[in-house]
Ligand binder design. Structure first.
Ligand code: AMP
Length: 498
């Protein structure tokens, strides 16, 4: 049985961990690409993983999305592969040496774009293959020869079967978002793919959550891995303010409108649990005047990429989506995530709200909890090891004028009844909802705090200093985002001033 307990701290203490990219002595083409991206300091996962991967060790990484994980594996792998770099046009001189597997097309596309940027000044080639689009252009790329192949498992198997790529010279495998790959049922595909690879190789496994299945996968495919953890697994970023509102199904859209307006939110993800629900909600919100697009698994690949692109460009304000968008998509500056439906799997809660509060920025996660969600909330509480307090929501137009201005909460709200004889809706004042037997609603929700996540790098930083990778971001004129991500832009406000 593989030892999963070996820890980086045995080899590299906080004092010896490099913080600046300059300390790594990356080769000139990689250092140039990194400098062009505007990175100066490493993120914690990079500071920990890069030296270990450079040594050729296996890694089991617990890292949240948005932590700089892609560079953490891509840079050292490219560095190690530079010895094979050549300018030959012969495909035989460019065999696949690194294979990066991801669960979704969008993630594969995103990671491949980053790999391309990091390797742009080298002669190492990279490409991406994923399903839902024509195999031909992918085949042409594969046949030319690539050193780094980024793929989703299903489409990769199609290419293997069609003999479009050979994996017998793979030296490095990255299993990214491993928990999600298992969720989607990729285990048999993964096992088949891994059976095509040489036994002697370096394997890097990253996952935001570590279920017993992941640990089993890790123990059978990793050799004496170094375990790296930058945020405790299953943790949510403490930069995300989380609220759980008790709200009936019929009031959710209304609540969404109100919170968008009150918080002056320019853009948000709105997560729902079903494809049908997703399409319906997007249509309703669009009808109600919000610029909305939908992203779910029934859309063609082309439509999915277009939806994402228009959201990234700020052409739409709301991205209504299923969990297909929950993992790893790196869209900068999204201030809020709404869980219109509470996710069926608690792990997805961590991923969904990871779409906001990225790279140290603050974010807002709003959850609409209906009566039937008690079990799902209990699962999230268990996962986060935190008590969740439900809050009551007050609708502005239900309040008497004086309270509308002052937002005084006397715990009462007005409830719409059947229309009266005059044809107008009638409202009745009701006492606050009876506290549910399983919850005690309070007006304050404390976001789960994970001090470990707050202070990933205490030893090397003065206490009051911002982490250096954030300081870089704050400097005007310095690019801090990858080329595949649009830079910060102005987006039209959702609502005109009242
Ligand atoms: P990832 O977790 O790999 O998806 O990265 C999240 C975002 O952080 C991407 O937009 C990266 O371009 C950016 N990023 C990665 N490493 C750094 C760094 N050292 N400094 C600043 N930004 C970074």
């Amino acid at each position: 049985m593989t030892d999963l307990t070996s820890d980086i701290s045995n080899e590299l203490t906080a004092d010896t961990l490099p913080m600046a990219f300059a300390q790594l002595q990356l080769s000139a083409p990689l250092a140039r690409a990194v400098a062009e991206m505007g990175y100066e300091s490493m993120t914690p996962i990079q500071a920990q993983a890069i030296p270990v991967v450079l040594q050729g060790r296996d890694v089991m990484g617990a890292a949240q999305t948005g932590t700089g994980k892609t560079a953490a594996f891509a840079l050292p792998l490219l560095q190690r592969m530079l010895k094979h770099e050549n300018a030959s046009t012969s495909p035989a001189r460019h065999p696949v040496r690194a294979l990066v597997l991801l669960p979704t097309r969008e993630l594969a596309d995103q990671v491949a774009e980053q790999v391309k940027l990091y390797g742009k000044y080298t002669n190492l080639r990279s490409t991406v293959v994923f399903g839902g689009i024509d195999m031909k252009p992918q085949t042409i790329e594969l046949k030319k020869g690539v050193e780094v192949l980024v793929a989703t498992p299903g489409r990769l198997l199609d290419h293997i079967e069609a003999k479009n790529c050979v994996l017998n010279q793979v030296e490095y495998v990255v299993l990214d978002e491993a928990d999600r790959m298992l969720d989607i049922g990729f285990l048999p595909d993964l096992q088949r793919i891994l059976s095509y690879l040489p036994k002697q190789r370096t394997t890097l496994l990253f996952s935001a959550t570590f279920s017993p299945e992941i640990k089993r996968l890790a123990s059978s495919y990793l050799q004496n891995p170094v375990t790296i953890e930058v945020a405790r697994s299953n943790a949510t970023a403490s930069t995300v303010e989380q609220h759980f509102y008790s709200v009936g199904d019929d009031d959710k859209r209304h609540a969404l409108h109100q919170i968008l307006k009150q918080r002056e939110l320019k853009q948000a993800f709105v997560f729902v649990n079903s494809k049908l629900g997703c399409a319906r909600l997007a249509r309703s919100l669009e009808r109600e005047g919000l610029k909305t697009t939908a992203l779910h698994g029934d859309k063609s690949q082309d439509e999915r990429l277009k939806a994402l692109e228009s959201f990234k460009k700020g052409e739409v304000d709301l991205l209504v989506c299923t969990d297909v968008a929950a993992r790893g998509l790196d869209i900068k500056d999204v201030p809020a995530v709404f869980n219109f439906d509470i996710p069926f799997h608690a792990e997805d809660y961590v991923h969904r709200i990871g779409r906001t509060g990225r790279a140290g920025q603050s974010g807002l996660a709003v959850n609409f909890v209906s009566k039937s969600d008690a079990r799902l909330i209990a699962d999230i509480e268990k996962l986060l090891k935190t008590k969740i307090d439900l809050e009551a929501i007050e609708f502005e137009e239900d309040l008497p004028d004086i309270r509308k201005q002052g937002h005084i909460n006397d715990g009462r709200r007005l409830y719409k009844q059947e229309s009266d004889e005059s044809g107008r809706d009638a409202y009745v004042a009701r006492a606050p909802r009876e506290p549910r037997s399983d919850y005690k609603p309070r007006t304050r929700t404390v976001a789960p705090v994970d001090p470990f996540f707050d202070k990933p790098y205490e030893p090397s930083l003065p206490p009051e200093a911002a982490p250096p990778w954030e300081a870089v971001a704050a400097r005007p004129g310095v690019r801090t985002i990858s080329g595949n991500i649009r830079s910060k832009r102005k987006v039209a406000a959702l609502f005109a001033p009242v």
